[in-house]
Design a protein around this ligand. Structure first.
Ligand code: GRF
Length: 217
């Protein structure tokens, strides 16, 4: 039995927003039953803002206070939480959101998932592509996990895997991982809307993995 009720999602961004675009595009062509009820950026210059506006999605820019000072995380979270309530968000998606959120914010917000450019639990944090190359790993990829107070440490929902090539550098890996992310994020959201995955607190018994050249992916 599947649940195809559109899911109201709020997306948090800091940069280009190519993953936001992947969700917008999948929803537009009917591949994904989500309503993007709003986008929140902590960076006033993020290109993701243009993408959201172009798709007629409400945007909240939470980067600076009215007096021009940079917004503290507590203020950001206060406003972001009010936006979730106002927009009726069922799920919060961190898609290239580059700030660390607090335990209190996570606890009171709707279920929250994050996209991370590594095969968690390996390479939490930043500079994942450089670290994979330095270690000589044969595989790399991206993960979507539940957000908990442990940085990049929540239950893994899905992963996409690629084989590192001899001539890969950090930039080529970044691009290859990005292409995987653009498939993995809409697919994961689709499974959540259909009840195949859960973003709430229940423990999941498995990790789903897809390879770069998998035709079904
Ligand atoms: C992605 O690689 C994501 O894994 C990381 O930040 C990047 C965001 O890319 N956390 P974009 O803004 O969606 O283009």
């Amino acid at each position: 039995m599947t649940n195809t009720k559109p899911l109201n999602i709020a997306v948090l961004v800091s940069g280009s927003g190519s993953n936001l675009q992947a969700i917008i595009d999948a929803a537009k062509v009917g591949k994904l039953s989500v309503n993007i009820v709003g986008v929140i950026s902590n960076n006033a210059d993020a290109y993701a803002i243009e993408r959201a506006r172009f798709a007629n999605i409400p945007v909240a820019i939470l980067s600076h206070n009215p007096n021009g000072t940079r917004m503290k995380m507590a203020t950001f979270e206060h406003h972001a939480y009010n936006q979730f309530k106002k927009w009726g968000a069922d799920l919060v998606v961190l898609a290239g959101f580059m700030r660390i959120v607090t335990a209190d914010f996570i606890q009171k917000s709707p279920p929250m998932i994050n996209l991370h450019p590594s095969l968690l639990p390996y390479y939490k944090g930043l500079n994942t592509h450089e670290r994979v190359l330095k270690s000589g790993d044969k595989q790399h990829g991206c993960s979507i996990h539940k957000v908990t107070p442990q940085l990049d440490g929540g239950q893994i929902l899905t992963q996409a895997v690629l084989n590192v090539k001899a001539n890969d550098n950090a930039e080529s890996l970044k691009q290859r991982v990005h292409r995987l992310e653009h498939k993995l994020l809409p697919l994961t959201l689709d499974w959540i809307t259909k009840g195949l995955l859960s973003a709430d607190n229940q423990t999941l018994p498995y990790i789903l993995q897809f390879k770069e050249n998998d035709q079904t992916f």
